[in-house]
Design a protein around this ligand. Sequence first.
Ligand SMILES: NC(=O)c1ccc[n+]([C@@H]2O[C@H](COP(=O)([O-])OP(=O)(O)OC[C@H]3O[C@@H](n4cnc5c(N)ncnc54)[C@H](O)[C@@H]3O)[C@@H](O)[C@H]2O)c1
Length: 389
Amino acid sequence: MSSKIRAGVIGLGILGSSHADYLAKRPDVDLVALADLRMEAAEAVAQRLGVKAYNNYESMLAAEKLDLVVVATPDPLHRAPTVASLEAGVPNILQEKPFATTRADADAIYEAVRKHKAHFFINFANRVAPLDIATRYAVQAGLLGRVVYGESRLDDNISVPTKMWGSRTKDWAAGSSTAFFLLSHVVDLLRFYFAPAEVREVYAISQREVLGYTPDLYDAFLTFDSGLKVRVKAEWIKHIDDLVEFYMCFSGADGTLIYNKRGAFGCEPGWRANINKAIDAQTLLTHQTRLAELGVNVAAKLHRPSPEAGALKAGGGELLPALEFYGLGYSEWMALDGLFIDAIQEDTLTPKGWQNLGPLPSLEDGMRQFQVVDAIVRSAEIGKVITLD
Ligand SMILES: NC(=O)c1ccc[n+]([C@@H]2O[C@H](COP(=O)([O-])OP(=O)(O)OC[C@H]3O[C@@H](n4cnc5c(N)ncnc54)[C@H](O)[C@@H]3O)[C@@H](O)[C@H]2O)c1
């Protein structure tokens, strides 16, 4: 685009106000309008940023000609503002995750984007975290061999479904679940790491013992068409000191990757890939250099693990290669927004700042995330395996 992108935001809560702050800082974006049913929420941000506030998105879309609308309404409320923006002729939509919470909403969003030939971006924000880029790299470069099993646990503090949105919290959490709110991120990350593999079978359990108005947790087994099986678990009933705990581990035929994205009590965040022992020191350094080119600063390591516990000992103290990083497993809060703006400017899903990492998350990724999470929810309801096309 040659001129500035005229942008509006619908839903000025936690995420929407952060999107607005980011857009207001971009020199090639003109943030012009904000809409929220809670006028005070829209006005608070509008005054801070010097933009116009509306108490409903219909008026905003009727009054403003916008190139980009960000939709950051609560989980079950993405469809109406996204579809209305498309019908109003907005050519670019940046929608929050999850893609949708019902099949009817998912289909309506999907069809409307196709019908209007719009650009649709979905904020699977974890994809830009350096260590998620590193995880994808390790998998795609075959450093672990064929990955056959993994586990992921992404848990929120119980304060999220009981306090995070103030007096609106109970309704908010009741309209969503750990499947939509948390596993949407995990499912997308797995698709990002293991592309082109797709989930074909889902079996899940869930329970409502504590919260009542929303499931306490979902615990699911996903089988990919590559043969990979991953257990993904997300709880909303943990009495912990941190807001979030996020751990992942993947085992391949030749190596294992452990990723404490958000370490919890007594746990350091960190990332380590113990890779194929046939990889020599020179090749190990090449992988380190390639990761540095992707913006990920990991240490190449040759070490002699000699695991022992009490009187037990296993492993011969062989010299083994690894890549290792200690530090944060997440990125700047709105980092993906910058790449979406670049994508609009450059009219591509692979802008210059996002190379060798596949296309930015878009419509098909949103739909596939919905299908897998929906299968998790349905499998937990009926107690049976669900097969996906
Ligand atoms: N990408 C991420 O990493 C990430 C992280 C957290 C949350 N989220 C997602 O962002 C979305 C918003 O979450 P939040 O925590 O900001 O919620 P929030 O409740 O704080 O904000 C949502 C806002 O939308 C407004 N709203 C509701 N219906 C509306 C309508 N019809 N028109 C206009 N405004 C309306 C509400 O009044 C509220 O101010 C959710 O889908 C959530 O899952 C994404």
